[in-house]
Design a protein around this ligand. Structure first.
Ligand code: ADP
Ligand code: MG
Length: 287
């Protein structure tokens, strides 16, 4: 059997930090990681939006031409000398084709705009960082939002398998949990060399919910596994990795009084597990 290691840090902050310092660092990390993530996502999102916007635009041009043809016909109702003239115009504008194409064109445009709306809604959900309120939210809806956003980065790297169980709503800051899911998904996709599978599983465990992201990538050796939650630890080339994704995720999960851990079998893949309480005490987590 190959190595199989598990690492789940207890703390990644020195004990001598003054009170308040921790919170400050978390905010900075949250911000820089968010900026890096947005930078990484921007290209993908631009591409995803550009395609539907492109065909909706060209559809609008065709629509303009079709309308002027149709106006020719309706105007002729007033001015045409005979019904024959009307038939002539109707024929010259290829009315039957125009009618069918109009329907297709409208349906296609509607679909394109819906796609853009979905992406924008996902970006809006995602950028609610100022939101610090714990509220009961649907983790599955959060995962779907995140999948919509990172779809462009994932689809060329992996099949996404969703194995969702029955989950209660959990008290959380959903935008922050979305960021954790995004980090795990993007890491999984980046780890996979050619094409693989990423499985997202959820289930309930008493007063907790579990979220697992499993990939068929190359895995993580034991030495590296000990360091992945450290701020700025990255094995990726400059410009590609910030080394902040997992340390930020760790802090977010800790703030939710949950746990995040990773297990890996080099050569086979990696599984990240997040365990979150369904409820939170009245007071926010503080140390
Ligand atoms: N799914 C994974 N498979 C293999 N290695 C991973 C995976 N997720 C994280 N890692 C390792 O953990 C390191 C830290 O991840 P992260 O904090 O997200 O920073 P970054 O992705 O910017 O490098 C990565 O550089 C990589 O070495
Ligand atoms: Mg990362």
């Amino acid at each position: 059997m190959t190595e199989n290691s598990e690492y789940s840090p207890n703390t990644n902050q020195p004990a001598e930090n003054p009170p308040g310092h921790r919170e400050h660092i978390d905010r900075q990390l949250l911000h820089s990681e968010k900026m890096a993530a947005i930078g990484q996502l921007a290209a993908g999102v631009a591409h995803e939006i550009n395609n539907p916007v492109g065909y909706v635009y060209s559809n609008l041009q065709s629509l303009g031409e079709y309308l002027s043809d149709l106006f020719r016909l309706t105007d002729a109702v007033e001015s045409a000398a005979s019904i024959e003239d009307l038939h002539q115009i109707r024929k010259s504008i290829d009315y039957d084709f125009l009618r069918g194409d109009l329907e297709d064109l409208l349906a296609e445009s509607k679909e394109g705009i819906e796609r853009v709306k979905t992406i924008i809604a996902a970006m809006k959900d995602f950028s609610h960082t100022e939101e610090e309120e714990f509220r009961y939210a649907d983790l599955h809806a959060g995962i779907d939002t995140t999948l919509n956003l990172v779809n462009n980065e994932l689809k060329y790297k992996a099949n996404i398998v969703k194995a969702f169980g029955e989950l209660p709503k959990i008290k959380c800051i959903i935008s922050q949990l979305n960021q954790v899911t995004m980090n795990l998904l993007v890491n999984a996709a980046q780890a996979i060399e050619d094409f693989g599978t990423i499985t997202i599983s959820t289930w309930r465990d008493g007063d907790f919910v579990i979220l697992e992201v499993e990939d068929t990538g190359p895995g993580i050796d034991a030495t590296t596994l000990n360091r992945i939650f450290e701020p700025f630890f990255t094995t990726k080339p400059v410009g590609k990795g910030t080394g902040l994704g997992l340390s930020l995720s760790f802090n977010i999960i800790e703030k939710h009084r949950g746990e995040i851990s990773a297990t890996s079998t080099p050569g086979q893949g990696t599984t990240f597990r997040v365990r979150l309480p369904v409820h939170q005490p009245q007071e926010p987590a503080d140390d």
